[in-house]
Each structure stands twice: as C-alpha cells, then as structure tokens.
Design a protein around this ligand. Structure first.
Ligand code: AMP
Ligand code: MG
Length: 432
C-alpha cells in the first residue's frame, strides 16, 4: 500500500487511507506486507512502487491523481510499468459535463490529465469525484491499482469497484480474516504471553496472536483466516442466502478463547468499547448495586471513567474527591489517628475512604483510592507510584497496595484502572 502526498510524508495530514486500505485488504484475504508513504515526486513514487512490486503481486497507490502539477502518480507508475496512457473520449465528456454542471466553461488543460487511462487495462469509475481509479498491469501479471487520495472517493471506489475486481482476479486464493480481542488488565505482557503460550496447542488451531499493550492493559488480538473465500464486504454481513465462511473461523477463535479462559480469569473482561468501566457498569447494573467513590490521587478519574458509560445513572450515585486530609476526616469520617499512624497512603485509609463514601452516599458499594502520583511526595517506603485502594462491599472490604510505573498521568490512569479491575474481580467472584 503506497500513499502519495507531501502533506502525508511531512505529517501535516495523517495517512488514514493507508491504515484503512491495509485493514480492508487484510479482511478481503490478502497478506499485507508493507506500507509506504512518499512525497509528490516521480522518482520517489517510482521507487516505492518498484520496491513494493518486487515482493508482491498487488500494489495499491493512493493520491496524486488530481489535475494539478503536483499530481504525479498516474504518469510515474505508467512510465515505470511501460504502460501507455491514452485519452478516453467518454471520460473526457464526463469531466466536461461535471465542469458545466458546476457552472464553469471549458475543461482546463490540467483536468484533461484525469481522462488519461491505460491503453490496456481498466478503469474503476468514480461516481463521487472526478479522477477514476486505474488498473495497470506490470511484468509477470503484477497489478497496480491507482486510486484518488480524497478519502471519500477512495473508499467508494474500493467498495464499489476495486474489491469486486480483486475478488474476481484472485478468485480461489483469498482467505478473509476474522478477529476477536480479549482485553486484559493487571498482568504484564511477558507474563500474559507465558501463560497464553502454555495453554495453546503448538499449531494454535490456526489462530495467530498479537499482544497489544498500553498503560491500561494488554489487548490480546486473535486472528483466524477463513478456509474459503468470504463474499461480503469487510464489516458487512454476508449477502442473503449465503452461508458465512467466517463462522468456521470464528468457531476456531472461540475454541482458543475457551482454552485461555482459565489462565485469564480475573484479568480479562468483555466490552464493546474496550473500556473496563463498561464491563464494571454492566455487572453493577445487572446486580442492581449502587456505587459511590472516594478519590484522592485520581482526583475524580474513577468517577469520570464510570460516568463515561451511557446509563451510569443506574448505579453511580456520586463521588467525593477527598484531596485534603481535613476533607477525608470531615466528609468521609476518617479518624485523623488512622492517617497519622498508618499514613494517608495506606490500605487502612483506603478502606476507611471506601466505607466512608458508601456510608455518606448511602450506596451498597464504595471505592477508595489514595496514592502518590508524583512527581513529589515519595519516600523510600512509599515511592512515587505507590497507590492503595479498597472496595467496600456489603460482605466486607478488600484492600490492595500496588506500585505503578510512569509519570503522574500514567500513575493516575493505572490507579483508576486497577481500582475498577479489583471491583470487577470481586463482583465476578461473588456472582459465581
Ligand atoms: P490527492 O489525490 O493526492 O490530490 O489528495 C486529495 C486530498 O485527499 C488531499 O486533501 C489529501 O490531503 C487527502 N489525502 C490524500 N491521501 C490521503 C491519505 N493517504 N490519507 C488521508 N488523506 C489523504
Ligand atoms: Mg496530493
């Protein structure tokens, strides 16, 4: 996949076309091996396409098909492949009609370039813009598809024209991909990997795994390729009456998921948005539990995460940001003696916060979080990143002390995530 444009090369515009195209090609059943971004320059375009063609059968080139002198793609690729471009009279008429339709007179010289098409090869009509997509054939039957860069035009042509063309040309050789994502929290990538690999058969049932970490957790992405071709456009269901070949692949994914369940128990969740708060909200709503939160170092982040979830008013009663010790005493009823003896960042204080907020707000469940987000305030016993949290449930209160790496923002985000994670684990354990 080659994206062409100075603005893309220099980062003024993000190459969203490249990302979209790679995803679509992969779902259609191609193995995508590389993406290139080059500026509006003949030599750079030629080199990228030439390099890409060395190791592939199909190259998609996007951008640079317009009417201005910086639009170089058509000529550069034709020249590289030895393809002759000729004006297409029908297309010229269409372009003239578009121009007239918008109230302008004769077609400018530059716009005529958009009607130049390969003498042998195909045109992928553009019903939402001017420049059509082009099919150019290179040596050994290798194919270059050229597409305009305007994202709406590119996507429409791909959906309506390019995907059907590719499916028929590569008939019998395409294997669509299906994915499932398991969201995990509270478990480092390397340990997750060890546990996962230990559970799976050597062939992994034909499922490939990707570990995608960020500060909140590691997403485990499972991919299976279909055994037969998929007919539907990626992201849309199969046409009526067709059996979906993805079902078989999905079945293999589910089998792998089931194998992994025991080693991921207590560390994974299901959520459409990928957000742990969504999973927590679901359980709270289902169990008809009300929740209040008392936060110190997270400054309301736990409350924010929960209230981001639509429908949170069904369980979330409120939150108290008890930053000052005086507020911890006066509003949450924590004895100053506990804070002096155990320290403000302690499991005892976290427990008192969780119980205090549940009492103050009249909720069944309380969360308490207190920690040192930094950069100041750490001590040898309690370095920056030390966070204590507690979950108060009617059955009793559970506390944890953890240390999180990173800067102030990371520590706060990880703290909120860990508090939500602990709540989910406790609710799941109880519910089972
Ligand atoms: P072009 O076809 O190169 O003249 O591009 C037309 C418009 O589409 C410009 O505004 C580009 O910034 C935008 N565009 C081109 N390529 C991409 C891309 N790969 N990703 C996102 N936008 C793009
Ligand atoms: Mg351009």
């Amino acid at each position: 996949v080659v994206s062409v444009g100075d603005e893309l090369l220099l980062g003024e515009t993000v190459d969203t076309n490249g990302a979209w195209m790679a995803r679509v090609l992969s779902e259609v059943g191609f193995a995508v091996v590389g993406r290139w971004v080059v500026g509006d320059e003949d030599q750079a375009i030629r080199e990228a396409v030439e390099g890409a063609l060395e190791s592939t059968e199909l190259v998609l080139v996007m951008g640079g098909l317009g009417p201005t002198p910086d639009d170089r793609t058509r000529e550069a690729v034709a020249d590289l492949l030895g393809v002759t471009l000729v004006p297409d009279p029908g297309l010229l008429e269409v372009l003239r009609g578009r121009m007239r339709g918008r109230g302008f007179g004769a077609l400018p010289e530059g716009a005529r370039a958009m009607a130049r098409v390969p003498r042998e090869g195909g045109i992928l009509p553009n019903v939402v813009g001017a420049a059509p997509g082009l099919v150019m054939e290179g040596p050994h039957g290798r194919i270059c598809l050229l597409l305009p860069g305007v994202p709406r035009e590119m996507r429409t042509i791909v959906r309506e024209e390019a995907v059907p063309y590719l499916r028929s040309r590569w008939r019998g050789r395409l294997r669509g991909a299906v994915h499932r994502t398991i969201h995990t929290f509270g478990i480092p990538e390397s340990i997750l990997q060890e546990r996962v690999e230990g559970r799976l058969p050597p062939d992994r049932s034909g499922v490939s795994l990707a570990y995608l970490p960020d500060t909140l957790g590691v997403r485990l992405r499972l991919t299976a390729r279909t055994e037969v071709e998929s007919k539907d456009f990626p992201g849309e269901g199969p046409a009526d009456g067709l059996e979906d070949p993805k079902e078989e692949a999905l079945g293999r994914l589910r089998a792998v998921e089931a194998l992994l369940e025991p080693v991921l128990a207590g560390h994974s969740y299901e959520a459409e948005t990928g957000d742990l708060a969504e999973a927590v909200a679901e359980v709270l709503l289902q169990r008809r539990l009300t929740l209040g939160v008392a936060e110190s170092c997270t400054g309301g982040l736990v409350a924010k995460r929960l209230t981001d979830v639509p429908g949170s008013s069904g369980f979330f009663m409120g939150g108290i940001v008890a930053y000052a010790n005086e507020i911890k005493s006066r509003v949450l009823g924590i004895h100053s003696r506990i804070m002096e003896e155990r320290g403000v960042v302690s499991e005892a204080v976290a427990a008192a916060m969780a119980e205090g907020v549940a009492r103050a707000l009249g909720t069944r469940v309380g969360i308490g979080v207190t920690g040192i987000a930094g950069p100041e305030g750490g001590t040898p016993e309690k370095p920056v990143g030390t966070v204590c949290f507690a979950i108060a449930l009617p059955e009793g209160t559970t506390t944890r002390r953890e240390w999180f790496p990173g800067d102030r923002k990371d520590v706060r985000e990880r703290s909120a995530q860990a508090a939500l994670g602990l709540l989910l684990r406790l609710l799941e354990r109880e519910g089972s």
